[in-house]
Design a protein around this ligand. Structure first.
Ligand code: ADP
Ligand code: MG
Length: 230
């Protein structure tokens, strides 16, 4: 297991992905490569339509590339079965979307505890960890609130706590503050980065916000289907 531990949390090798468009194909990714190191936070900054979501969905094992290989912690995922990919996703990858995707009928605490219960932790342990994570996101006063009773920024902070609940090695965030006003976005972003730093995981954050991107360890973009450093 030592080997896997030292491996990059994420490695994308020559990823190609196209979609059918009218009579032809739209080539979105044309051989994209990316190696992410443990503890590194990378901003993915590119215009709308450049392929950011496609890249993150492939990295997060939510979609399969047409060609190329995705390594999560050194493990090649291309030939893995759907159930193996689901297990890797559950244990090793956290995902945050632009929209929070919290379950409306559950409290903040239950939303964060749920992935841990699915993974097999007992309720007491899961709730304890959820309380800690929500406390870290400065939501201790909100643990019994349901999503409808939370502000937009609070919902995103619950979603972030949920994404790291199973202590993944990799966090993928697709414009996580895209729906928030600038001040709230900055606050949520800071909370996200602090949590990522404290847990030592690696992260790729897609954002339109150059100012926020400047504060990351590394910045990449997508240009003509390739990942470039900026
Ligand atoms: P971004 O997140 O950078 O805005 P996307 O990855 O969502 O870009 O999309 C890249 C391009 O691929 C866009 O032109 C989009 O319309 C197209 N696309 C994305 N997903 C699909 C799909 N499932 N079917 C067809 N076209 C798609
Ligand atoms: Mg997108």
């Amino acid at each position: 297991m030592q080997e896997a531990h030292d491996a990059p949390p994420l490695e994308l090798v020559d990823i190609r992905k196209s979609f059918s468009e009218g009579k032809g194909r739209l080539n979105v990714l044309k051989g994209a490569n990316l190696t992410l190191y443990p503890g590194q936070i990378v901003a993915l900054v590119a215009p709308s339509g450049a392929g950011k979501s496609t890249l993150l969905q492939i990295a997060g094992l939510l979609e399969r590339p047409d060609e190329g290989e995705v390594y999560i912690g050194g493990v090649a995922c291309g030939r893995a079965s759907d159930s193996q990919r689901t297990a890797i996703r559950r244990n090793d990858i956290g995902f945050v979307y632009q929209f929070h995707h919290l379950l409306p009928e559950f409290t903040a605490l239950e939303n964060v505890a749920l992935p841990q219960l699915i993974r097999g932790l007992d309720r007491k342990e899961a709730e304890e960890r959820s309380r800690q994570l929500l406390g870290y996101m400065r939501l201790s006063e909100r643990v019994t609130h349901r999503p409808a009773e939370l502000s937009g920024g609070e919902r995103q902070r619950v979603a972030i706590a949920r994404a790291v609940a199973n202590a993944p090695r990799l966090l993928l965030a697709d414009e996580p503050t895209g729906n928030l006003d600038p001040k709230t976005a900055a606050y949520v972003f800071d909370a996200l980065v602090a949590l990522v730093r404290a847990s030592g995981l690696a992260a790729v954050l897609a954002t339109h916000n150059l100012e926020l991107a400047e504060r990351m360890d590394r910045r990449i973009t997508l240009e003509d289907g390739l990942v470039l450093e900026i």
